[in-house]
Design a protein around this ligand. Structure first.
Ligand SMILES: Nc1ncnc2c1ncn2[C@@H]1O[C@H](COP(=O)(O)OP(=O)(O)OP(=O)(O)O)[C@@H](O)[C@H]1O
Length: 328
């Protein structure tokens, strides 16, 4: 991403998000019941901070697309309010929508249109005057400049994804929603896309992404929101979340297999694994006392010989699975 976008598109570039960063999107008491009678969103309150990357995680059918579609004005809310940069998305639709870019999963544009025309046309849809210099910058930033005259149908999957982002940026939004930005793309392209998204954040764009790849949220997000069955069950700074909810496991590989846990070790949170060749101990690394010393003494006193030992920190995936499981 070059500096021109930084300087011109987002002259109000923000500093790094902090606790005091004001909300750029405010969701209050938002509900959605579809015509079928299905309540897809229970009352939702959510604040997205200016300049952050916010990842919205949730299992299939949790309500992610419904929430994003309401904020972007594609689906009507049943109740509650949403402000985008201070503009009510219903009463002040145009002003709110102008501030928002949405990168959907699929390219629905005319396959026989050129990259340049598609992106320029998107800008026009928001009533913005033509600005070839801006379109040029966006295409250059997304490494699409060489493809500007190519028809969409001739582009690779990765290039099509970039076109989706270019379209969403064509009208200079401050808030960018990415719906599953890297679904179905290979690892290399995923890393490429992450760099593009980081570049946008550096240029002052607030990013909200939904993802099934928890690794993506772990890698990219400043904050994480978890939605389950139409309810936001958690919103937390990513690092804090991993520190607070992260658990550690210590695995002891044994010289000889155990048929069962010896009674002397019954008081420890231990599991036998790998056909009795492993003892797995779970503990909270934040605690003053992890219990490791006592456990190792007890193992030794029980005459169990250890061949090797390793520890593993739980990932965001473990945390997410546990959170959602708890609510079922
Ligand atoms: N137009 C609709 N009419 C009735 N029910 C709907 C409609 N759209 C979505 N739903 C239901 O609302 C719930 C939430 O759907 P939504 O698409 O928001 O979930 P999601 O979290 O985005 O899921 P996924 O990860 O599978 O895309 C689902 O149970 C879905 O079946």
């Amino acid at each position: 991403m070059n500096d021109s976008l930084t300087a011109t598109q987002h002259s109000r570039a923000t500093t790094a998000p902090s606790d005091v960063a004001p909300a750029i999107v405010s969701v209050r008491n938002l509900t959605k019941t579809y015509a079928s009678g299905y309540q897809a969103l229970k009352p939702i309150d959510l604040e997205i901070r200016r300049g952050e990357i916010f990842a919205l995680l949730g299992p299939n059918g949790a309500g992610k697309t419904t929430l994003i579609s309401i904020i972007c004005g594609l689906v009507n809310p049943s109740g509650g309010t949403v402000l985008a940069d201070g503009h009510d998305i219903v009463r002040d639709y145009r002003a709110a929508r102008e501030r928002i870019g949405l990168v959907p999963q699929e390219l629905t544009s005319d396959a026989f249109e050129s990259v340049w025309n598609t992106v320029s046309f998107s800008r026009g849809l928001f009533g913005k005057p033509a600005d070839p210099a801006h379109v040029e910058r966006v295409l250059k930033d997304l490494a699409l400049w060489d493809k500007r005259d190519n028809k969409l149908i001739t582009l690779s999957g990765g290039m099509k994804r970039r076109v989706l982002i270019a379209k969403a940026l064509s009208h200079e939004p401050q808030i960018l929603f990415l719906d599953e930005p890297t679904a179905g793309v290979d690892v290399e392209l995923r890393r490429d896309m992450w760099n593009v998204v980081r570049g946008l954040r550096e240029a002052g764009v607030t990013i909200i992404l939904t993802t099934h790849y928890i690794e993506e949220a772990e890698e990219m997000a400043d904050r994480i929101g978890v939605i389950n069955k139409g309810e936001i069950i958690l919103v937390r700074d990513k690092r804090e979340l991993m520190r607070q909810l992260g658990r550690k496991q210590m695995t002891l590989q044994l010289q000889q297999p155990l048929a069962a846990l010896p009674p002397a070790l019954a008081g420890y949170p231990l599991e036998l694994a790998d056909d009795g060749f492993e003892l797995v101990y779970s503990y909270d690394s934040q605690q003053q006392q992890t219990g490791i010393t006592g456990l190792l003494d007890a193992v030794s006193a029980a005459g169990i010989e250890i061949k090797d030992l390793h520890t593993r920190q739980s990932s965001l995936e473990d945390i997410f699975v546990n959170l959602v499981k708890e609510r079922q």
